[in-house]
Design a protein around this ligand. Structure first.
Ligand SMILES: O=C(O)CCC(=O)C(=O)O
Ligand SMILES: [Fe+2]
Length: 318
């Protein structure tokens, strides 16, 4: 079983990222989440079927193939249905999300908290900027600009949140739930880019992207299920396209010291671990789910915020 060693921390300091192999156990830690998502997919399939958007439930297929077929036949991607965060715009009272108990327990998993503590300290807040990305093979994908399902452009995570969080330390924790090979569209990082400051980002058809980036030295990071990547908020990264015939599924979570701004204040984070005030820790997945529902209902009424600092018409983006 893997754990975070001093050598990992040194690698992170120097390069802005580190992969810890075998930190999570595929059967014990990851499978319960996949089982939960199988039920979410089953519900989605039944809903689409009931609305005549698919003529087959694909119930006999394994998760990845079932999802790929459901997306393809319905002619749309349904990533928000699975995600445990809200979108950046267009939130209404019916915007779906999935903040289920297995997801919550994985976010709070002691192995992840012990690991995160090595980077951000023992007082750990779960930052609400977090996603599941279920990426079907690109050849089977309906037309979409949703970068939870297509190739992710080069960006820094610090670039997609508000400046209020610039001075803090938000650690990105990215891990595949299925293997993420080169062909499946693993992540790529630019080593040492975390020392170069925040770059200018522009709105591109596939999402917010660094205006001009020299990709020389980009390092692809094929990872196996169970491996976990820890990444600095200023590290430039992107993904490769999924040119395989299997889905690529990953979680990206974020942890930070308690008390620092999250960069998306209207979304609910929670105290994942506090040695000083254990009574502040959230242990109840039902409360967590309600926090997200309340945030959605509030945003549906009040109008959506913007989390971005970039000017759409900036000449540097032309
Ligand atoms: O999984 C991906 O393709 C992108 C993930 C990412 O940008 C992140 O975790 O910050
Ligand atoms: Fe990112």
């Amino acid at each position: 079983m893997g754990s975070v060693l001093d050598a990992h921390l040194a690698h992170y300091e120097t390069n802005g990222f580190v992969v810890v192999e075998g930190l999570l156990d595929v059967v014990e830690d990851i499978q319960p989440v996949m089982d939960e998502y199988a039920q979410v997919l089953d519900r989605l399939a039944h809903q689409l079927y009931a609305h005549g958007q698919i003529a087959n439930l694909y119930a006999e297929l394994p998760f990845g193939e079932r999802l790929t077929n459901v997306y393809a036949e319905s002619g749309a991607v349904h990533s928000q249905y699975f995600d445990f965060s809200l979108p950046q715009n267009g939130i209404d009272a019916k915007t779906p999300f999935w903040a289920g108990p297995a997801v919550f327990h994985l976010i709070r998993h002691q192995k992840l908290l012990d690991a995160a503590a090595r980077f951000v300290g023992d007082e750990i807040y779960s930052n609400p900027v977090q996603h599941i990305r279920i990426k079907p093979p690109e050849h089977a994908l309906p037309q979409t600009g949703d970068n939870r399902v297509i190739q992710t452009p080069w960006h820094q995570d610090n670039g997609v949140i508000l400046p209020e969080a610039d001075q803090g330390h938000i650690l990105t924790v990215w891990f595949p739930l299925t293997d993420a090979t080169l062909e499946q569209g693993c992540l790529r990082v630019l080593p040492k880019s975390h020392k170069m400051g925040l770059m200018h980002h522009c709105y591109r058809p596939n999402g917010l992207a660094i205006a001009h980036l020299d990709e020389d030295g980009a390092l692809p990071l094929p990872m196996m299920a169970g491996d976990v990547l820890f990444m600095h908020q200023l590290t430039s990264h992107s993904s490769l396209p999924n040119v395989s015939d299997k889905v690529r599924i990953s979680f990206d979570l974020r942890y930070q010291p308690i008390g620092e701004p999250t960069g998306r204040p209207v979304f609910p984070g929670f105290v994942a671990q506090s040695k000083l005030h254990p009574e502040l820790e959230l242990h109840d997945p039902v409360v967590w789910e309600k926090m997200w529902r309340d945030a959605r209902d509030h945003l549906a009424q009040e109008g959506n915020p913007t989390f971005n600092r970039w000017n759409v018409s900036d000449p540097v983006c032309a």
